[in-house]
Design a protein around this ligand. Structure first.
Ligand code: SAM
Length: 281
């Protein structure tokens, strides 16, 4: 493994890692190159990096992008990043919790936005959900995450990994698995394997549903009680038995099936039928 300058920067500033902030910094050149290559950055791109750490990935992004916004929560990393990346005029550091960021303040609709991150694993799912639900106009989202979470994101119906997270991501994006990464590529070593994945935002959601909120509500119900039949799982929607019967019938979906067997399109059909039938009432 070719080692990055991460360790010498950590030593130089006497930086202490915070487990609570999910700090496992990348030290492997080949992994860094694979992240940068899969981002396919060109000179016009605006990059948002979540959690720059001591800035090793940030430096590579800065070399090829028009602008890099890096959002870092750890106050102790702010002076290090400012010092280490001071030669770059296309760098803007934002000291904030990414979950509290209003990206519309930095995202310009004409910009070609790419999000790149070695994510802090303790907040992977909330970060992905925020970036998708708030519907920002990014083109791609290249992330390094825990391997199991990557497998859940890419999972297809009837796999044990298939769930609400697979539906959420696949509703908005195409998913590419780039490569697996072993714990020895980081300091300190995480306890789990990692994976780099690329999410390519679709121009419009994969299925055209009449009521998005209801669609995700049906999905959540189905997976909250994944061992139950759909008939029982959707009870928390509080819709009368007659209506649900008609909705399943019109959608052509057997209510005895389990939610984990339904494709995204079938969830779309079912939620549209529930929507139409409840509107008639
Ligand atoms: N990008 C660096 C690298 O690859 O070496 C560091 C990655 S490390 C896995 C995650 C980074 O996210 C850390 O720098 C951590 O302080 C930061 N972080 C953790 N929670 C955050 C949050 N809620 N908002 C912004 N940054 C956060």
């Amino acid at each position: 493994m070719n080692k990055l300058s991460t360790e010498s920067i950590v030593k130089k500033y006497g930086f202490r890692f915070s487990k609570a902030l999910g700090q496992n910094f990348l030290i492997d050149t080949s992994v860094l190159q694979d992240i940068v290559n899969s981002a396919e950055i060109d000179k016009g791109d605006v990059i948002i990096e979540i959690g720059p750490g001591v800035g090793t990935l940030t430096r590579e992004l800065l070399k090829s992008a028009k602008m890099v916004y890096a959002i870092e929560l750890d106050m102790n990393l702010i002076p290090i990043l400012k010092e280490e990346l001071k030669e770059f005029t296309n760098f803007q550091l934002i000291h904030k919790d990414v979950l509290k960021m209003d990206f519309s303040q930095i995202i310009n609709v004409e910009d070609n936005i790419k999000i790149v991150a070695n994510l802090p694993y303790y907040v992977t799912t909330p970060i992905i959900a925020k970036m998708l639900n708030e519907n920002y106009n990014f083109k791609t989202f290249i992330i390094m995450i825990q391997k199991e979470v990557g497998e859940r994101i890419a999972a297809k119906p009837s796999c044990k990994e298939y769930g609400a997270l697979s539906i959420l991501v696949q509703y908005y994006c195409d998913v590419e698995l780039i490569r697996k990464v072993s714990p020895s590529s980081f300091i300190p070593k995480p306890k789990v394997d990692s994976i780099i994945i690329k999410l390519i935002k679709l121009h419009k959601p994969r299925v055209n549903v009449k009521d998005e909120k209801l669609f995700f509500k049906v999905v959540r119900c189905a997976f909250n009680m994944r061992r139950k039949t759909l008939w029982n799982a959707v009870k928390p929607l509080n819709i009368s038995k007659e209506c649900m019967k008609e909705a399943f019938n019109t959608a052509g979906i057997d209510p005895k099936r389990r939610g984990e067997t339904l494709s995204l399109q079938e969830f779309g059909r079912l939620s549209d039928c529930i929507h139409e039938i409840s509107e008639k009432l």
